[in-house]
Design a protein around this ligand. Structure first.
Ligand code: AMP
Length: 219
């Protein structure tokens, strides 16, 4: 099973993709997580990544594509994968097509989590994420608060408020989404790969809707 999760910032891509990949036993590949890990460990491109991410802008394709190609060539991707936050523009999507065609492993589907943007600012400002690199469980102070304030239920590490989840950066991220990422809805629709999921409900209800839709793919 090779899937892409698509949606505006805060639509729930990360949350749904994480649960789905765990249930299906395939790797969850989030470009945002890869970049945050690189920054945390002061990797080669850390400074450059931080510059773009803190400003709510997309990281240049040259950096993104190289990192994704390396990740997708790892052994664990042979049984499938869930891509979260990639591709984010049409050039990245075309590059992904070429990469997968070359390996004769085309995408099976694209899950588009559809939700009006005006509902998302609130979701993003109350979002928190576990600081433990191995865990990174997402929380939301309004919809999915941790049992102990500021600490992850699963591993006890401190929860972080991402720098790019602050209001001024959120607006920039929406602008990037509208200009660069939203055109991918039409791109994948034309290819007959798009599964549009109404993403306004609870985490569980959206997950169930998605599972029913994906059952069409026979999984
Ligand atoms: P995310 O965790 O998916 O919300 O991504 C956080 C930030 O990482 C984005 O606002 C971008 O700055 C950067 N980023 C993540 N994925 C990509 C991508 N595929 N292309 C360009 N920038 C990305």
């Amino acid at each position: 099973m090779r899937l892409v999760f698509l949606g505006a910032p805060g639509a729930g891509k990360g949350t749904q993709a994480k649960v789905y990949s765990k249930n299906r036993g395939v790797p969850h590949i989030s470009t945002g997580d890869i970049f945050r890990n690189t920054i945390q460990h002061g990797g080669e491109k850390a400074e450059e990544l931080k510059f773009y991410m803190d400003a709510g802008k997309l990281v240049p394709n040259s950096i993104v594509l190289e990192m994704v190609a390396v990740r997708l060539s790892k052994e664990d991707c042979q049984k499938g994968f869930v891509l979260d936050g990639f591709p984010r523009n049409v050039d990245q999507a075309a590059a992904l097509d070429r990469l997968l065609e070359g390996r004769e492993i085309p995408l099976d589907g694209v899950v588009f989590l559809d939700i009006p943007q005006d509902l998302l600012v609130d979701r993003l400002t109350s979002r928190r994420v576990c600081s433990n690199k191995e865990c990174q469980t997402p929380y939301n102070l309004k919809f999915k608060a941790p049992a102990k304030e500021g600490l992850c239920d699963l591993c006890g590490h401190e929860l972080l408020h991402r720098k790019d989840d602050h209001p001024e950066v959120i607006l920039q991220r929406f602008e990037e989404y509208t200009k660069q990422t939203e055109p991918l809805v039409a791109y994948y629709q034309q290819k007959g790969l798009l599964f549009k999921i109404e993403a306004r409900g609870t985490i569980d209800s959206v997950y169930k809707t998605m599972e029913i839709a994906l059952a069409e793919l026979g999984v």
